[in-house]
Ligand binder design. Structure first.
Ligand SMILES: *Cc1c(COP(=O)(O)O)cnc(C)c1O
Length: 221
């Protein structure tokens, strides 16, 4: 199937109001343009160098998201071009993004990444850490003037067992709803679901799904 057909097949099943984020990592500009001409406008990358090299080659009305682990010495490659950093996974990174934003007169939208799933290597905050950050920033907005926390991101356990995936998404959905009750301004995005599990994520309140393989096929490593 072509990229266009793949997108159509996903869009037919995706409920209104859930954003489709096309994960274009490891795919070149031509493939990205195929998805663009099929109507997609939100794309996500996970490696700073690759991200910075691609952005100038592609249409300016693309909304770029960053979804990979971000080291603070790579911020300059990413923050000027990204509309949303989905993968904030440490307090240190929050502080560094805030400093960059203040120095550049910007406010950066971010999602906090919850460590979901069994994999030990996976990045992310614990639930307690996320609650603490959100409580502190709502009590003391002057703590991070350069950051707006827009919601949560998570990756489910990498398994074919959908009952495990379901439990992971239940957990992040519950945390998301708990935090929404704090009334934090702009906290309205839940980014869960990838090619293998996005229909499950949609049932658990996803407001955006991040899909690579189901759009572009296997990555061109
Ligand atoms: C690569 C990646 C995706 C997309 O994965 P697919 O299985 O190709 O859909 C989604 N989210 C993150 C954080 C990724 O790194």
């Amino acid at each position: 199937m072509s990229v266009r057909d793949n997108i159509k097949a996903i869009e037919e099943k995706l409920p209104q109001g859930v954003s489709l984020v096309a994960v274009s990592k490891f795919h070149g500009p031509e493939r990205i343009l195929e998805a663009y001409s099929a109507g997609l406008r939100i794309f996500a990358e996970s490696r700073p160098q690759e991200f910075a090299a691609k952005v100038p080659q592609l249409p300016a009305d693309i909304e770029w998201h960053f979804i990979g682990h971000l080291q603070t010495n790579k911020l300059k490659l990413v923050l000027p071009y990204a509309k949303l950093i989905q993968s904030v996974d440490s307090f240190h990174l929050l502080e560094a993004i805030d400093s960059w934003a203040v120095a550049n007169g910007r406010v950066v939208d971010v999602l906090l990444e919850l460590h979901l799933g069994a994999e030990e290597t996976k990045q992310g905050f614990s639930e307690e850490e996320i609650i603490r950050i959100v409580s502190e920033t709502s009590s003391f907005p002057e703590m991070f003037p350069g950051i707006r926390i827009r919601g949560l991101m998570g990756m489910a356990t990498n398994t074919d067992d959908m009952t495990v995936v379901e439990k992971d998404f239940e957990r992040i959905e519950a945390l998301f709803n708990r935090i929404r009750a704090f009334g934090l301004e702009g906290f309205d995005q839940l980014s869960i679901g990838m090619s293998a599990d996005w229909p499950v994520a949609v049932r658990h309140g996803a407001t955006m799904v991040r899909i690579g393989t189901d759009i572009f096929g296997p990555r061109e490593y």
